[in-house]
Every structure is written in structure tokens, then in C-alpha cells.
Design a protein around this ligand. Structure first.
Ligand SMILES: Nc1nc2c(ncn2[C@@H]2O[C@H](COP(=O)(O)OP(=O)(O)OP(=O)(O)O)[C@@H](O)[C@H]2O)c(=O)[nH]1
Length: 343
């Protein structure tokens, strides 16, 4: 992997738009001289005990545009493996490394014929065994298989150019449709700790269900917990929410942007997988712009709305907290969702 790219240290103005700056300053005083590493790593320098019990009013429009980088990060798929799932469809889990952070970002791929350029490219001294072990094989593995590039059971073969780069065959899986994609940010509380404060777990399951039914799709799973602020800060934000703040206010009180995420890694991962035209499952308009990037390297042809289950079925999450969470997404973050009159 290439050496890590030096990240420019953003100025405070670059990181937070003026609206959220004003909100910070209103709440926490003037912090213009505070060193800032990155939106996601900004430590809270205001102890929670010093924040007001009742959150002060912050401007209604506090959306900070998600960063769109000039240059995409470098990504490399390190390993891929088939996973049979408890829900039925098999998935191929791809693990990525990159040159901007040390996190293990993932791509969960439905369908066997989506291939990572970086994983499948021939490497110096690569053996067929090496290729099978890291997951750069066609078809399916079975005991006794010796050739990664040819599957004697399915009769599928891989082709390479003279530089050892994979030649992609037109996909049969998508049947001429763009691939269904969800770009999902990690939510330990919603996906693992059964939280009814947000719909992250439900959205993740729903994306898997839709892709399983369609027979194709890709969930890019980014390790940017709590909209980029990390789990510890998110737990503090929860306490502030219990004290009366909404999700945006809580982030601002903790001196984080309303949304500290970046989607350039998702763009780079999608390109590595050859998914340049996608139908994106999201309600978040900023995410569409961010994943398309400056040069529209990835094109979102269609947006597939993610309507909360409780709004359209008898199932789904029902809690006072989730109502507030979804209202804030609609009213403060511009999400493309229309609340039903009666839930
Ligand atoms: N700071 C903070 N983050 C939260 C809270 N609840 C959920 N999250 C995080 O919000 C993120 C959810 O992002 P996504 O569901 O991928 O995307 P989205 O921007 O909500 O848009 P959709 O694509 O429409 O779902 C995850 O990183 C969660 O950890 C909260 O109360 N505070």
C-alpha cells in the first residue's frame, strides 16, 4: 500500500459551515483558537457537566455540507470470503484497507460476480493458493480445488490483461440494472445493542432483505460510528438528548459538527468493485452528493427511499426517542422522508 497521505489540517471554517460554527459559539463560547485535527477526531474540550441542562436555541438550519474531496483515497481489498447467512442469501464480505485511516471498512456484496480490482489483480509471486486464500477466486471453493482462476464445477474462468489486471466480464447478475447500493455508517447501538433510539439496525436489515430478494447489491459499511464522532461521544450525545437536546443540538453542544462523516472512501470502494452506476438506498440528499464526488466518478441513477417499517407495517421500531430522531432528520437535516399523519 502506498504511504499514508498527509491530511491537510482543515481550518475551523472549512470543517464547520458558518451555521454550525455560530451554534458552537453560542453554546460553548469562542473556540476559534482551538487546534482542530479533523471533524471526526475533534475531542470535546467542554466537559459535559459544564454544558447547560436545557440546551440553548440553535439556528434551525445547521446542516453542514459533507466534505467532497478533490482526490479520492486509495483503497485496497485485503480479503474476501463467502458467508452463508441466517436469512438465506449468501454474501461475499470484502475487507478494505486505505491510506487515510486505520479502520477496517467493509463491502458486503450480494452476488458472486462483483469483483474487486485490487483484490483480483495478480500480485508479485502470487500463487493460485494465495489467490484462493485471500478470496480472489471465481465461482466457489470446494475441498481439493487447486486453481483460483478457473472453477471446474461451474466452468467459470477469469481473464487477465498482460499486466495481470482482471478483465471484467459484463455482469449477468444485474441483468442490465445498476447495482443496488446502501452506504451504511456503523451504529453499534442500533445494530448490536438493540437501541430503539435510531433506525440504523432496521435500515441495515432492510437493505439486506431488498438485496437478497433482488439477487444483487452491495452494502458499503463505513466505520464512522455516531456520524463520525465515535461511540464514546455518541453516548454523551445520548445523555444530552435525555436532557432535552435533539440529535443535532447534542453534537453541537459536544463541539462536533452536526454530521462529521465523509463518503469518499465509499466512492473509492465502489469504483474498486466496478460499481460506477448505482441505485442508492437512502433518504439523505447530502449522502448522494457526497458519494458521487466532485467528478461524479460514481453516478446515482436512482434513489431508493428507506421508509421506516413502523410507518408502513405493524412492525418496526416504536419509541418516543425514534420519533424525535426521525423528526430531526427531516426537519433539521433535510432528509427526504414524509412523516405519515398517524403512525
Ligand atoms: N451523533 C449521533 N449519531 C447517531 C445517533 N443515532 C445514530 N447515529 C449515527 O448515525 C449514522 C446513521 O447513518 P446512516 O443510517 O448510514 O445514514 P443517514 O445519514 O441517516 O441516511 P440514510 O441513508 O437515509 O439512512 C450512524 O453512524 C449512527 O451511528 C445519535 O443520536 N447521535
Amino acid at each position: 500500500m502506498a504511504s499514508r497521505i498527509e491530511q491537510p489540517v482543515p481550518s475551523r471554517k472549512q470543517v464547520n459551515t458558518s451555521d454550525s460554527n455560530e451554534a458552537h459559539d453560542m453554546i460553548a463560547g469562542n473556540f476559534n483558537n482551538m487546534p482542530l485535527l479533523s471533524p471526526t477526531l475533534t475531542p470535546s474540550q467542554v466537559p459535559v457537566s459544564e454544558t447547560p441542562q436545557v440546551p440553548p436555541k440553535v439556528p434551525d438550519e445547521v446542516r453542514n455540507a459533507l466534505p467532497i474531496h478533490e482526490k479520492l483515497p486509495e483503497v485496497r481489498c485485503m480479503a474476501r470470503a463467502r458467508i452463508p447467512t441466517t436469512h438465506g442469501p449468501e454474501i461475499f464480505l470484502h475487507l478494505y484497507e486505505n491510506n487515510i485511516d486505520n479502520k477496517e471498512h467493509l463491502a458486503i456484496v450480494f452476488g458472486e460476480d462483483v469483483r474487486s480490482k485490487s483484490l483480483f489483480a495478480k500480485r508479485p509471486n502470487d500463487t493460485q493458493q494465495d489467490r484462493m486464500t485471500r478470496g480472489a477466486y471465481v465461482g466457489k471453493l470446494f475441498p481439493g480445488r487447486v486453481d483460483a482462476d478457473h472453477d471446474s464445477h461451474s466452468k467459470k474462468s477469469l481473464k487477465f490483461d498482460s499486466d495481470g489486471q482482471l478483465i471484467r466480464e459484463p455482469s449477468t447478475t444485474f441483468m442490465n440494472n445498476p447495482c443496488l447500493v446502501r452506504i451504511h455508517s456503523e451504529c453499534y447501538t442500533g445494530e448490536t445493542a438493540w437501541s430503539a433510539r435510531c433506525d440504523c439496525g432496521e435500515q441495515f436489515d432492510e437493505a439486506g432483505r431488498i438485496m437478497g430478494n433482488a439477487g444483487h447489491g452491495c452494502i458499503v459499511y463505513l466505520r464512522q460510528e455516531g456520524r463520525g464522532i465515535g461511540l464514546g461521544e455518541k453516548l454523551k450525545a445520548y445523555n444530552l438528548q435525555d436532557l432535552g437536546a435533539d440529535t443535532v443540538q447534542a453534537n453541537l453542544i459536544l463541539r462536533h459538527p452536526a454530521d462529521g462523516r465523509s463518503f469518499s472512501l465509499a466512492t473509492a470502494i465502489l469504483l474498486d468493485l466496478g460499481l460506477a452506476e448505482i441505485n442508492l438506498l437512502t433518504n439523505n440528499p447530502d449522502k448522494i452528493l457526497a458519494v458521487e464526488g466532485k467528478n461524479r466518478d460514481v453516478k446515482v441513477l436512482e434513489r431508493v427511499p428507506m421508509i421506516p417499517l413502523a410507518w408502513r407495517t405493524d412492525n418496526g421500531i416504536k419509541s418516543k426517542e425514534i420519533e424525535g430522531y426521525l423528526s430531526t432528520k427531516i426537519e433539521r437535516m433535510g432528509h427526504l422522508l414524509e412523516k405519515p399523519l398517524k403512525i
